[in-house]
Design a protein around this ligand. Structure first.
Ligand code: PGA
Length: 322
């Protein structure tokens, strides 16, 4: 899971966010082996993040948001791959749609940046994805695969295997519009297929594919459920440490829901009557709250209090036992 902060947070705010994120994740015993956690702060924050991560031996990785296409020299305002490697960056985002759109970066530039990143020993997160017009015309797969071909040109098969490719439909970035899990799966499967055809089955198996575009804790589970989606590139929601931690811990969310449902069923006895409990069923409760409200009698309120006590009690027991 990678959090792209874009042009937000100064170096002091960056330290605060990474600390909060690390605390939240360690508090919840996050399994870093299962889900890698990466933040992508602005350039000027990287040294502070490096100091914090090294000093506190945090398992959070960090990425730059861009890199120069040039090696070194008279390129005012640019930052080289060697400089980012020296700051301990694990990753570099290249070809983000905001760079492609606002700075005219084409696939050739993105490809050069990816090659520079790899040469400096870091991993590029190569961003691809279609705009609204292309999506409406139904050419999103073809368009995205063209970007994949152009951005990955000349990269060694072993290096392609280690890459991260982020599919970010431009119409879903920062708009609140989220592609459906099926949309994400359709394009990610096509990208994996293209890597298989052009580079080989091993590279297709190990390349990591992220989905990006309005990912939140409320929609991440469905997206991560897709067989060809390996992670997410998160923008706005990564600026809130609790929210980003919840996204990183998406694997725990279904378990929590299951636990709550089990508690409801246990309370009700012999596993029946969930709909009675909510006075006429979950769906009527969602569709027309007045029906649910009418049926929300004292028993339900008492049951709710009991479930809450059970959850808190269980949490305390688990904490005491660990
Ligand atoms: P968003 O941004 O999550 O705010 O839509 C994603 C991105 O641009 O990487």
């Amino acid at each position: 899971m990678a959090g792209n902060w874009k042009m937000n947070l100064n170096h002091q705010e960056a330290v605060v966010l990474v600390q909060k994120l690390a605390w939240t994740l360690s508090d919840k015993k996050h399994d870093y082996g299962q889900v890698e956690v990466v933040v992508a702060p602005p350039y000027v924050d990287l040294r502070s993040v490096q100091t914090l991560v090294d000093g506190d031996r945090l398992r959070i990785g960090y990425s730059a948001q861009d890199v120069s296409a040039h090696e070194s020299g008279a390129y005012t305002g640019e930052v080289s791959a060697a400089m980012l490697a020296k700051l301990g960056c694990d990753y570099v985002v290249v070809g983000h749609s905001e760079r492609r759109e606002m700075h005219g970066e084409d696939d050739a530039v993105v490809n050069t940046k990816a090659l520079r990143t790899l040469a400096a020993g870091m991993t590029p997160i190569v961003c691809v994805g279609e705009g609204l017009e292309v999506r409406k015309a139904g050419r999103h797969v073809e368009h995205t695969l063209d970007q994949v071909d152009g951005s990955l040109a000349g990269i060694d098969p072993e290096q392609v295997a280690s890459l991260v490719i982020a599919y970010e439909p431009v119409w879903a970035i920062g708009t609140g519009e989220v592609a459906t899990p099926d949309d994400a799966q359709e394009v990610c499967a096509a990208i994996r297929g293209r890597v298989r055809d052009t580079v080989g089955a091993d590279a297709a198996e190990s390349v990591r594919l992220l989905y990006g575009g309005s990912v939140k804790s409320s929609n991440v589970v469905g997206i991560m459920d897709q067989p060809d989606v390996d992670g997410a590139l998160v923008g706005g929601a990564s600026l809130d440490p609790a929210e980003f931690a919840a996204i990183c811990r998406y694997y725990a969310l279904p378990a929590l829901s299951l636990l709550l449902i089990l508690l409801v069923l246990l309370h009700k006895g012999r596993g029946g009557g969930l709909s009675d409990m909510f006075g006429g069923g979950m769906s009527s409760g969602l569709g027309g709250s007045s029906v649910a409200e009418r049926n929300l009698d004292r028993i339900t309120i008492g049951a709710g209090v009991l479930w809450f006590a059970c959850v808190v009690g269980l949490g305390l027991l688990l904490r005491a036992g660990s």
